[in-house]
Design a protein around this ligand. Structure first.
Ligand code: 9YT
Length: 131
């Protein structure tokens, strides 16, 4: 059995930071679960273009506030604790932080290897994720 604490990821290579968010990737491809499992904090007032063309992602909001907008239809969904969204169609979207840090738990299938950040099109590459 694998037992980890997110505190042990902070400050390591498994904590990936950008201008808009920090992601603590607690379970990764190397853990052999078939998914990766992250705690992510979206910074207030930020806007991130995301399009996971090679992954499915589910997101569970734990605290804070924000908004997700699907680009194909312009629909906006308020994010608050308890909300779950799943990008079951590789949905291209905007992710916006609100007034307070937005803390979410994310699952990626296939799993991330650990180092990924979004490219200019909001994509994580598949090449790092070959099992
Ligand atoms: C919710 C979301 O997609 N945030 C961007 C970062 C991502 N969750 C990650 O790499 O952990």
């Amino acid at each position: 059995m694998i037992v980890k604490n997110v505190k042990d990821v902070i400050g390591t290579a498994q904590e990936v930071k950008t201008a808009n968010w920090v992601s603590r990737r607690v379970l990764l491809q190397k853990d052999g679960m078939g998914f990766s499992f992250h705690e992510t904090i979206i910074f207030p007032g930020t806007q991130t273009h995301i399009h996971y063309q090679h992954h499915l992602e589910a997101v569970w909001v734990i605290e804070g506030d924000g908004e997700v907008e699907t680009i194909a239809d312009g629909k906006k969904y308020a994010l608050e604790p308890g909300v779950v969204y799943a990008l079951d169609r590789h949905d291209e979207h905007w992710l916006r932080g609100g007034q307070k840090p937005l803390r979410v738990i994310c699952v990626f299938n296939p799993p991330l290897s650990g180092l990924e950040v979004h490219d200019g099109d909001g994509v994580y590459p598949p090449a790092l994720n070959a099992d």
